[in-house]
Design a protein around this ligand. Structure first.
Ligand code: SF4
Length: 329
């Protein structure tokens, strides 16, 4: 069992000042920081298995959202070889108020990246992999073709590995979504991140109803794909807004919803309005199941890709269990 010294308060892994990673936030006043409650404590990274995952990631010159976002679960996930790859570089063209990924002008696409991702997936022996990316508003297709190339490369080297994509919104990129769906990932995830009323302050480059429509369109294009979306709590949202968002996701036929606590990466990022209690997270999970989601994952440390492999197995089992019911209706 872990001693207290094995447990960490969660801090971004990249200790560089906000100014170098987020030049657009440098002039902003510092935001107040709240002391984290006891339930936001995680195991420190550093086990031999964590080191083995780290070695493979570095050898293949890959970027992970686990590191770039300063994810609190990295100790646990990497010990199980579960790393989430972030393709198309480490620099994002958006500047969301919650996100620790570096912002700026990204480099040209690396055409060898799909093969390197596929090699790493094979080396790690993953049964399920999550692929995400930075926003690439600078590319005419938003990076959709690159996503498709990564899926094809993984399929050819690891045909049994199931693939989950967590994509940007491809705003103003006609045809981009269709390219990714045609590559047939097993799970299509696009996060709403927060309630509609918070978009301007939290996700100013995105549009709530565009993101919702994107999820709905995925299901229209290929009803066999599982769709998934997630939000963070603690950004100042009201409970009735979260319930409305859940209804909106169900109207878009989304299968799986994730809800986690927002953690502030630096003082220049959006403040944490409050730490939502584990009981409140549980109540959202119950409500979500009642509203018809196939699966709900709702806890302070839930992240989109946390336990994604186990959750995919649950999704498959739930769909199978419902098949006769739906066939008879
Ligand atoms: S929850 Fe996701 S982003 Fe966080 S460490 Fe695990 S795989 Fe990486």
């Amino acid at each position: 069992m872990a001693s207290d010294s094995d447990l960490l308060d969660t801090k971004p892994l990249d200790a560089k000042p906000a100014e170098t990673r987020h030049p657009e936030k440098a002039h902003r006043p510092d935001q107040p920081t709240l002391r984290k409650p006891d339930w936001i404590r995680v195991r420190a990274p550093g086990s031999p298995e964590w080191s083995a995952t780290n070695k493979i990631v570095k050898e293949h010159k890959l970027v992970t959202v686990c590191e770039e976002a300063g994810c609190p679960n990295i100790g646990e996930c990497w010990a199980k070889k579960h790393a989430t790859f972030m393709i198309m570089g480490d620099t994002c063209t958006r500047a969301c108020a919650f996100c620790n990924v570096k912002t700026g002008l990204p480099r040209a696409l690396d055409r060898n990246e799909p093969q390197r991702v596929a090699d790493a997936v094979a080396k790690l022996g993953l049964s399920h992999v999550v692929i995400t990316s930075v926003d690439r508003d600078d590319l005419s297709d938003g990076g959709a073709r690159h996503f498709a190339e990564v899926i094809v490369a993984i399929r050819s080297l690891s045909p049994k590995t199931t693939i989950e994509v967590l994509t940007p919104d491809f705003l103003r990129k006609p045809g981009a979504l269709e390219i990714v769906v045609a590559a047939k990932p097993d799970v299509f995830n696009h996060n709403l991140e927060t309630v509609a009323g918070k978009y301007l302050g939290v996700r100013p480059g995105a549009r709530y109803f565009h993101s919702l429509r994107l999820l709905q369109r995925v299901k229209e294009l290929d009803p066999t794909l599982f769709t998934k979306s997630g939000i963070m709590l603690g950004l100042g949202e009201e409970r009735h807004e979260v319930l409305q968002l859940m209804d909106d996701l169900r109207s878009a036929d989304v299968d799986f919803m994730t809800i986690g606590q927002y953690l502030q990466p630096t003082k220049k990022h959006h403040a944490v309005a409050r730490f939502v209690t584990p009981d409140e997270f549980n109540s959202y999970a119950e409500l979500g199941r009642a509203k018809g989601f196939l699966l709900m994952s709702s806890s302070p440390l839930t992240r989109s890709s946390h336990h994604a492999g186990e959750d995919f197995a649950k999704l498959q089992a739930k769909r199978q269990a419902l098949a006769p019911e739906r066939g008879n209706s």
